[in-house]
Ligand binder design. Sequence first.
Ligand code: CTP
Length: 153
Amino acid sequence: MARNVITYGTFDMFHVGHLRLLQRLRNLGDRLIVAVSTDEFNAAKNKKAIIPYEGRAEIVGSLKIVDQVIPEHSWDQKAADIKKYDISVFGIGDDWSGKFDHLKVHCEVVYLPRTPDVSSSALRRMARALDPEMIERLREVHAVLDQMVRNFE
Ligand code: CTP
């Protein structure tokens, strides 16, 4: 019988930490289902992704290691999902260690090590630091340098 694995997350600005987690999870079974948090659910968590739900779900769903993407609307849908999709393993990064032990009555629960030094929050901070005014200044500096190089040639 196929071993179905499930995980949950926002997957904003998809990065190598996400990829490695999904690869490890896929290796724990035969099918991987990823529940991607909707923008409404994130708003309820006071989290705002840069990439809207449709884009995040499309990127995750395009990976060959991912068999199905479903929306994550709420904290308490997990038990019903585990039954509905006949899940053998629930897995998530170890930043959630111990937080989902109550699901052990339904299936195996694993916490996998996070990839160090990369996170969506850090990427969001970097993206937001590049405010439009700063980008405009960089363009001006670039134009001046460009002119200087031309004059020098
Ligand atoms: N993850 C990981 N290694 C990282 C970042 C995330 O293994 N460096 C895992 C998380 O533990 C989670 C999944 O990827 O199981 C989705 O995490 P998500 O919260 O979407 O990504 P983060 O980069 O942790 O986002 P944020 O900074 O907003 O918490």
